[in-house]
Design a protein around this ligand. Structure first.
Ligand code: PLP
Length: 438
């Protein structure tokens, strides 16, 4: 019998009234599966929320967090520290794309985005280039929900209640081009030229010397798995370099093996100046994010401030929290010990085959994939955009599979420990679900 009420908890990014009319309650998890309150096993097709890359309740991570909370539950991060913070930063820097060797810890992807934006603007300022204050994001970009993130983000629904964001922001066009790229496998062929819009915009509408940074997700996850067209990110990099603009990659989803490589930066061979990550950093166990930067950026702050000055006046009570650091150290070690990023790469051809078999299912107007992520775009029900996606999500849940949906796009991003039979179940269940909904 349920001994709590559903009233008090105002749920985030949730249709609260729909949920409370038919709750979907997860009570435990292990490996590839959740268990719900009716005792059903639910195959996790979304790695929780794109974060449980090593699978659920993994012993080395659980034990590391248990040991840590018993030993040092908290340590103030301002003017103080604890050893695990340095260990976590060192481990993360070692596995980061070569050249991103300085690590600033935060508690979420949203905080990572806002921290990166502040760092970018402040970096130019400490170098005496204080005119560079403008930030450029992209339509259909998601950088979390804080004011910086929604300002550069490109999701109308997330912005409409908060029309006053950062003042000096512009956006590039998104790269989704179904007319030319539907049913692409891996990087789509067409669209590198969308990157040129950056140069056109800054030359025609802005003075390039006023632009601090461009921020993009290398692959836009939350708005429906939009994989960058071949050559697109390289062109963005070149344009940024020509104009002294910092390039920020938001790798909150793409980091830690999702694309069949450790990072999108390495997958696409494009090095950003600043990279944000979160989610998979602790395998979803304890909230944590990080901003990785090139040493020049870090050093510019050091050079601009006196020995006893705080070089970057920014941080959170829970920055580098001991539990998060313990979880991160154990998680990063587990990824390496089990070769999970390589495993994702190995499984991706099978994953791709099964994903694209959905082309034959009702309503499917696109399938796109890379590594262990796929987006299945459905035709919208006339006059009711998003409802078919919601129905497909609910039907899959009923059948014991958890997915993400964004409007009428279903996103599949399982833990990297998934096996071939589970991949077959995942996509097979989706096909069944699509045949059963209207
Ligand atoms: N950036 C990207 C690319 C994301 O996908 C997300 C979350 O999905 C965020 C930022 C925000 O992360 P958080 O929800 O941890 O604040």
């Amino acid at each position: 019998m349920q001994d709590y009420s559903l009233d008090a908890y105002w749920m985030p990014f949730t249709a609260n009234r729909q949920f409370k009319s038919a709750p979907r309650m997860l009570v435990s998890a292990q490996g590839m599966y959740f268990k719900d309150d009716a005792g059903r096993q639910i195959l996790d097709g979304s790695a929780g929320l794109w974060c449980v890359n090593a699978g659920h309740t993994r012993t080395p991570i659980v034990e590391a967090v248990q040991r840590q909370v018993a030993e040092l539950d908290y340590a103030p991060p301002f003017q103080m520290a604890h050893p695990k913070a340095f260990e976590a930063a060192e481990r993360l820097a070692e596995m980061a794309p070569a050249g991103l060797s300085k690590v600033f810890f935060v508690n979420s992807g949203s905080e990572a985005a806002d921290t990166a934006l502040k760092m970018a603007v402040a970096y130019h300022r400490v170098r005496g280039d204080a005119a560079r204050v403008k930030l450029i994001g992209r339509e259909r970009g998601y950088h979390g929900v804080n004011f910086g993130g929604i300002s550069v983000g490109g999701i109308a629904g997330n912005r409409k209640h908060f029309p006053v964001g950062l003042p000096a922001v512009d956006h590039l066009r998104h790269t989704h081009d179904l007319a030319r790229n539907a049913f692409s496998r891996g990087e789509p062929e067409y669209g590198a030229e969308w990157a040129d819009e950056l140069e056109n915009r800054i030359l025609t509408l802005h003075d390039p010397s006023t632009i601090a940074a461009v921020i993009v997700e290398p692959m836009a996850g939350s708005t429906g798995v939009l994989i960058p067209p071949k050559g697109y990110l390289k062109r963005l990099r070149e344009i940024c370099d020509r104009h002294g603009i910092l390039l920020i990659f938001d790798e909150v989803i793409t980091g830690f093996g999702r694309l069949g490589a450790d990072w999108a930066a390495n997958r696409f061979d494009v090095l950003p100046d600043i990279l944000t990550c979160a989610k998979g950093l602790t395998n979803g166990t304890v909230p944590m994010g990080a901003v990785l930067v090139k040493p020049d950026i870090h050093d510019a702050f050091m050079a601009a401030a006196g020995e006893r000055a705080i070089e970057f006046p920014h941080g959170y009570t829970y920055s580098a929290h001991p539990l998060a650091c313990a979880a991160a150290v154990a998680t990063l070690k587990l990824y390496q010990d089990e070769g999970l990023f390589e495993r994702a790469a190995r499984l991706s051809p099978h994953f791709e085959e099964k994903a694209h078999a959905l082309r034959a299912a009702p309503y499917v107007k696109d399938v796109r994939n890379l590594g262990l992520v796929a987006g299945i775009e459905l035709e919208s029900r006339p006059g009711a955009p998003g409802q078919r996606g919601f129905d497909a999500f609910l039907k899959c849940w009923e059948k014991g599979v958890l997915l993400r949906f964004t409007g009428d796009i279903l996103a599949v991003s399982p833990p990297l420990i998934i096996d071939e039979a589970q991949i077959d179940t995942l996509f097979g269940t989706m096909a069944e679900a699509l045949r059963e909904i209207a």
